[in-house]
Design a protein around this ligand. Structure first.
Ligand code: C5P
Length: 401
């Protein structure tokens, strides 16, 4: 089937032994209707010839930034704009390091800098080079910038070692491309997500807050964006990078989060309240720093209730989004989660047991059970990113139903 019909794939090959598989990869992509333009680094040409790649792709290979004749046909900027997807396979440790540093010292790295198309990186190298902290940090940097990391696989390596670092097989890469271009479940939908803690001021220098890291909400924003949604993230004070393609609104207090959330809610299809909103705030914020006194050993702060953001969103009469809340519980999780689901009039609630070590607050992992009116689904302990993707997929299913 022509699953890749009309898709323009720029295949960047760097100098690793797996480069010999690129002829097969190109054939399989073209078979499915893709147009493939090959770009090679100097080292790549030691492993597979440009003539081979030209023959299988049906296009002259680009390999030089400084060749006036090549630039005259399709220059590097034109190539960068042409691609629907830039696929770097194999991506050596060296290519990954150069991209991570933002270098543009050959045609391939220059193209990566100049493109605003999605970039997929398929690492291939010796297992020790892959495990090296420098390589790991470089890959993490590329991922944070929104590049897709496809692989590597583990197994026997050309050098005789066994371990992670094998390039994915050509057919696996073809499947990744097909999946990449397939319609995403949240395409055309928009999502607003609240994340992180709130800060409730006591005086100009002090506040009341909580331990929420914001990681779950940020993971949800990234997952929703990757599933095709347009995402607005309303973030309390957290030190996290904004996921690629996500619009971020920074807020501070529960009241400011409430105002931002209600201004956004009716403009979106889905609202996910992941923030750990302070239930109460000091009734009055002192104008000046409160001084310690000798008269008393006690100090009293009168607190008043904050608005319940998600309940206000769920109570909207017009343009009410599909509303998903969170419940962090320490006991009787299902009972409390279901009570919140109905009391706040939510469409779905994601409940986690925060009494269990290694999940929830400040952790990188989470285990969650999703509840809706007449059903539930358990998501076992996994990275917050993985849990986020599953939550987003379940929301997409419920929207369709
Ligand atoms: O009532 P509780 O705080 O346990 O409910 C948690 C859910 O309600 C979360 O989705 C949280 O984001 C939301 N919430 C809110 N506004 C509040 C308190 C909680 O939106 N003031």
């Amino acid at each position: 089937m022509q699953t890749l019909a009309g898709k323009k794939i720029l295949l960047g090959i760097s100098g690793g032994i797996a480069a010999y598989k690129c002829a097969e990869l190109t054939r399989r992509l073209i078979e499915r209707g893709a147009e493939v333009q090959v770009v090679m680094t100097t080292a790549a040409k030691e492993f597979i010839t440009p003539l081979t790649m030209q023959a299988v792709s049906g296009r002259p290979v680009s390999d030089s930034l400084l060749d006036p004749a090549a630039e005259a046909s399709m220059g590097h900027i034109e190539l960068a704009k042409w691609a629907d997807l830039v696929l770097l396979a194999p991506a050596t440790a060296d290519l990954i390091a150069r991209m991570s540093a933002g270098m543009g010292n050959d045609l391939l790295t220059t193209l990566v800098l100049a493109t605003d198309s999605p970039v997929a990186v398929s690492p291939a190298m010796n297992q020790q080079m892959y495990r090296n902290i420098a390589t790991q940090e470089n890959i993490a940097t590329l991922e944070r910038r929104g590049m897709h990391i496809w692989g590597p696989a583990a197994g026997e390596q050309a050098c005789g070692d066994v371990g992670p670092g094998r390039m994915l097989e050509p057919m696996q890469l073809v499947e990744r491309c097909e999946l990449f271009f397939a319609d995403k479940p949240l395409k055309g939908k928009s999502v607003v997500i609240t994340a992180g803690p709130t800060r409730e001021a006591i005086d100009p220098v002090r506040y009341i807050s909580n331990h929420s890291s914001g990681k779950m909400g940020f993971a949800l924003a990234q997952a929703a964006a990757m599933q095709g949604a347009q995402v607005t993230l309303i973030a309390g004070p957290v030190a996290l990078a904004t996921p690629v393609g996500v619009e971020r609104i920074d807020v501070d207090s529960a009241q400011s989060m409430h105002d931002a959330a209600l201004a956004q809610a009716t403009k979106h299809d889905i609202f996910i309240g992941c923030a750990a909103v302070a239930d109460y705030r000091p009734q009055a914020v002192a104008e000046h720093k409160i001084k310690k006194t000798d008269e008393s050993d006690q100090m009293t702060i009168t607190m008043v209730k904050n608005p319940d953001i998600i309940a206000s969103v769920a109570a909207l009469n017009e343009h009410r989004p599909f509303t998903v809340g969170f419940a962090a519980e320490t006991q009787d999780v299902e009972h409390y989660a279901r009570t919140k689901l109905s009391k706040k009039n939510l469409d779905m609630i994601c409940a986690n047991d925060v009494s269990v070590e290694g999940q929830g607050f400040n952790s990188n992992n989470n285990a969650i059970t999703l509840y809706w009116k007449d059903g539930k689904q358990s998501l076992t302990l996994a990275s917050k990113q993985h849990i986020a993707t599953q939550i987003v997929m379940t929301i997409a299913e419920k929207l369709e139903a």
